[in-house]
Design a protein around this ligand. Structure first.
Ligand SMILES: [Zn+2]
Length: 340
């Protein structure tokens, strides 16, 4: 499919390059798209990894005009009737955002540099300074999907080529894939932040605690995941709450379970999939897949870019409940669970 749609091979190549860089996307996060005129939108499928874009079909063809008509008239997510390509792939949850932007090529990444700005209360001012001279806009946090698309609609009068999505990530729009790659590189260079060096993980202690968990946990395999627990500043920041949607979706609701230095064994495995052991490293719930591993590493990479004094804005309990698809009653029960 990729080979038969003009322009899609180039986008697949850029997607694979982006997907290979954990500091830009993690797991199935992030997405790219190509518009062909006003009729076709080729967008990454939900659950597919950008890293695989040159190895397998990851793009879904959608009826761009129909999606745009839907955006103008109601609040419906694009349905199967708007799909142009055969197959079972579902379009990314961020498809309406791609359709909304006028640019022929749109790239959305969960860049850890961008996220480190996106989670700060003073993010808008800092980003305005870093991106001075570039057409950009800050978009306050909204749940991925139509709520986020509506939030982006509210800044479209600025005609931005760059969107900084609060508590989420970065979007780049350009006239073609080459220009998109160049703009992404430029924005990344402008937003680059130093990465605090974290002490090495204490694998012996992690193994002991994992054993004491009765097989509920195992040490994380990606080194960056441990940083959130071995670096004292990062460990402290991690206790504030979830910072961006994919963390909640892949690793569970707040509070993030943490074990302090004196602890020798965790309680029963909680709902959350990530357990930070202070000074030792990260344990992950047995059975957690590669996507969860990547999200644990993302946390370490983001926190390593934030100072202890950073005015961090975390997702609210209601934001998290929305992301997990909880109804009002489940949300209420989760609040009770936190209190008790
Ligand atoms: Zn996203």
């Amino acid at each position: 499919m990729t080979a038969t749609v003009p322009g899609l091979a180039a986008l697949a190549a850029l997607s694979a390059r982006i997907g290979a860089d954990r500091r830009l996307v993690q797991g199935a996060g992030g997405n790219t798209s190509l518009k062909r005129g006003a009729a076709e939108l080729w967008v990454k499928a939900s659950g597919k990894w950008l890293a695989a874009a040159e190895r397998e079909d990851v793009f879904v063809g959608m009826d761009l005009a129909a999606i745009r008509r839907g955006l103008a008239s109601d609040d419906a997510e694009p349905g199967p009737a708007m799909r142009l390509s055969a197959g079972v792939l579902r379009p990314s949850i961020e498809t309406t955002l791609h359709a909304l932007l006028p640019h022929p090529v749109v790239v959305h990444v969960h860049s850890v540099n961008a996220i480190a700005f996106a989670v700060r209360q003073d993010g808008p001012a800092l980003v305005a300074e870093r991106l001075a001279g570039l057409r950009h806009a800050w978009v306050p946090y909204a749940r991925p999907g139509l709520p986020l698309t509506r939030a982006v609609q509210a800044v479209m009068h600025l005609a931005p080529d760059i969107l900084l999505l609060g508590n989420h990530g970065l979007v780049i729009g350009a006239r073609d894939t080459t220009a998109a790659a160049a703009l992404l590189d430029m924005v990344e260079a402008r937003l680059a932040l130093p990465e605090r060096t974290a002490p090495a993980a204490d694998m012996a202690r992690l193994a002991a605690i994992a054993a004491a968990s009765g097989g509920g946990y195992r040490p994380a395999t990606l080194n960056e995941a441990h940083w959130a627990a071995t670096d004292p500043i990062s460990y402290g920041l991690a206790g504030r709450g979830a910072l961006y949607p994919d963390h909640v979706v892949f690793l569970g609701a707040s509070p993030m379970p943490r074990l302090d230095r004196a602890a020798t064994a965790p309680g029963p495995p909680p709902d959350a999939a990530l357990l930070l052991v202070e000074g030792a490293g990260a344990l992950l719930r047995q059975g957690l897949g590669a996507g969860g591993e990547e999200m644990a590493a993302c946390l370490g990479l983001v926190l390593a870019r934030l100072a202890a004094t950073a005015p961090v804005a975390v997702l609210t309990g209601r934001d998290e409940a929305e992301l997990l698809g909880w109804d009002a009653e489940q949300y209420r029960q989760s609040l009770n669970a936190v209190v008790s």
